[in-house]
Design a protein around this ligand. Structure first.
Ligand code: NI
Length: 157
């Protein structure tokens, strides 16, 4: 259990196409645990490995603190449909939000922390989170796709 430093826009690691995870080892599981701690500490709903300086293809998503934690290693988008346009932020672009068009439905597959194949479906916010985190693995920040990027009203300290 440890917090890792979240890299911010401008860091080269965030622009790289990440390499696949070779084998799902204890080290990978430890990184996933650290990523969860780091994401929760920052009140985020998703975090990709490159955001903590590890250019490997894996990310976590948890859109509801009481809901499931999705962990995806070497994810692949299986299917997308529909369209949504909504506000998005990123822990690597602190304080800002922007409007991004995303599919409204995503089916995604990959490996879980045991190295077993998993497949998840997401709609609305979950679909948005999967697509946002997946983009990180290709070195794409939402700011590349967003309209109207602006400083968010600070409702919370
Ligand atoms: Ni992000």
């Amino acid at each position: 259990m440890a917090l890792r430093k979240i890299l911010t826009e401008g860091d080269e690691t965030l622009t790289k196409v990440c390499r696949p995870v070779g084998e799902v080892t204890d080290r990978i599981r430890m990184i996933l645990d650290d990523m969860a701690d780091t994401m929760h500490d920052a009140n985020g709903v998703g975090l990709a490995a490159p955001q903590v300086g590890i250019p490997r293809r894996m990310f976590i998503v948890q859109i509801d603190p009481e809901g499931p934690m999705y962990e995806l290693i070497n994810p692949e988008i299986v299917e997308t449909s529909g369209e949504q346009y909504g506000e998005e932020g990123c822990l690597s672009v602190p304080g800002y939000v922007g409007m991004v068009k995303r599919p409204n439905y995503v089916k995604i597959k990959g490996l879980d922390r045991n190295g077993d194949s998993v497949e998840y479906e997401g709609e609305e916010l979950l679909a948005r989170a999967f697509m946002h985190e997946y983009d990180h693995l290709d070195g794409i920040l939402y700011t590349k796709k967003a309209d109207d990027i602006h400083y968010a009203d600070s409702e919370e300290e």
